[in-house]
Ligand binder design. Structure first.
Ligand SMILES: NC(=O)c1ccc[n+]([C@@H]2O[C@H](COP(=O)([O-])OP(=O)(O)OC[C@H]3O[C@@H](n4cnc5c(N)ncnc54)[C@H](O)[C@@H]3O)[C@@H](O)[C@H]2O)c1
Length: 382
């Protein structure tokens, strides 16, 4: 077990008490608290009224408006960050420095530079504490089953995939001042909305090697894109299309992977159950084989609760969680590369974007027409 964590309920602090904390984290934490796995000891929010209301409602003993004071006084084992992306880096680094494990909402950070700074702050004596990202769609029983089939080679080589996050957001959604801006939202639908499907695609298909992207701003008055498309190549030779949109009246989240022996298809919106997956065999596959492929076992929907259960087990065993470090970075790197490719008109390869590259520190890369007015590249091109 980790040298940092006792074998008692993990003392957990929730930072940011807005909608995702309320709708997803507290239900998950409450369930695991009932099983003796966690105990929510503190809530933090810059909005004093919001944090007091939240703490009262969920019976949390400490309500604070200051993260640093809470970290010093309470010394939690686990800090769950449910704040906007712009503050994730600073808050994750502070929590790690205080000896806490971190579970940070997506998008993990607004840039690879920020992500790498968090990774550098991990204390890494081999047993944690480590930071990890909320990517709950990797953790439903459907993804677990299909991942095992794909990794074990049962379906043959994955050849061509489609990954689609086609959602709809109206003008009122973008009237909130922090939305649609690089600095505060972190990016457009490639980053903020499609990140879950992109992360699941990578989890199923393995490492990506090359991306060619396109982005457009077709409807909304935003700094970022409101739709993007991309072609992605994978290390084992497979290829995929990627579509991320907030302009699509018929909303759907979909992943389809054509393998040598079967097509796997997932169709849902914000979360899936086993019944949302289909496996369609190629001609000639024996019926017993198909029946085994279609046996997903007990149904565990994709959810914060499903991921939290695995995370708590990892913390207790001093193990790095699968969405930590490189396991979370690859998704942010693909999204960053998609933007670079879209804004420069060139293919981008995995590993291309590092310190010194403008896209390493800002997803708009200073590109004319995309960077906010007044930034360095915009001025250079004026
Ligand atoms: N995993 C998912 O499926 C999912 C779904 C929705 C949102 N999210 C992510 O969750 C995060 C929060 O989104 P939300 O919809 O709950 O936002 P929200 O605006 O409803 O809540 C954010 C809360 O953070 C507080 N806050 C802001 N700055 C703070 C700071 N410096 N310190 C402490 N508190 C601060 C705000 O006062 C607010 O109460 C975002 O990163 C978002 O992308 C994830």
């Amino acid at each position: 077990m980790s040298s940092h964590v006792p074998n008692t309920p993990l003392r957990t602090a929730v930072v940011g008490t807005g909608s995702i904390a309320r709708s997803s984290h507290l239900p998950a934490l409450t369930k695991l608290a009932a099983e003796g796995e966690v105990e929510v000891v503190a809530a933090v929010d810059v909005d004093g009224t919001a944090v007091r209301t939240f703490a009262d409602e969920f019976g949390i003993p400490q309500a604070s408006t200051d993260l640093h004071t809470m970290l010093t006084e309470t010394r939690p084992d686990l800090v769950v960050l449910c704040t906007p992306p712009a503050v994730h880096r600073e808050q994750a680094v502070a929590a790690l420095a205080a000896g806490a494990w971190v579970w940070c909402e997506k998008p993990p950070c607004p840039s690879l530079a920020d992500y790498d700074a968090v990774e550098a702050a991990e204390q890494g004596d081999g047993t944690g504490p480590y930071a990890s990202v909320v990517f709950q769609h990797r953790f439903g029983s459907g993804a677990r089953h299909v991942r095992a089939l794909l990794r074990g080679g049962a379906l043959g080589r994955p050849l061509v995939a489609h990954c689609q996050t086609t959602w709809y957001r109206n003008q009122a959604y973008y009237a909130v001042p922090w939305r649609g801006r690089w600095a505060t939202e972190g990016g457009g639908p490639a980053m903020g909305h499609g990140i879950h499907q992109t992360d699941l695609l990578l989890d199923l298909m393995g490492p990506w090697t090359e991306v060619r992207g396109m982005a457009a701003r077709l409807v909304h008055d935003v700094e970022t894109e409101d739709v993007s498309t991309a072609l992605v190549r994978f290390a084992d030779g497979g290829v995929a299309t990627l579509v991320n949109s907030v302009l699509s009246p018929h909303e759907v989240s979909r992943i389809r992977i054509d393998c040598e022996l079967a097509t796997v298809e997932l169709t849902h919106l914000y979360g899936y159950r086993n019944a949302d997956w289909r496996i369609i065999p190629a001609p000639g596959v024996p019926e017993e084989t198909v029946a085994a492929w279609r046996d997903f076992g007990a149904d565990e929907p994709s959810s914060h609760q499903a991921q939290l259960r695995v995370l708590v087990d990892d913390i207790r065993n001093g193990r790095r969680h699968s969405t930590s470090g490189a396991g979370g970075r690859r998704t942010l790197e693909l999204i960053t590369a998609l933007y670079k490719s879209a804004f420069t008109g060139t293919p981008v390869h995995a590993g291309d974007i590092g310190p010194g590259d403008p896209y390493y520190t800002e997803l708009h890369g200073g590109a004319p027409g995309w960077a906010p007015a007044g930034t360095r590249e915009e001025e250079d091109h004026a």
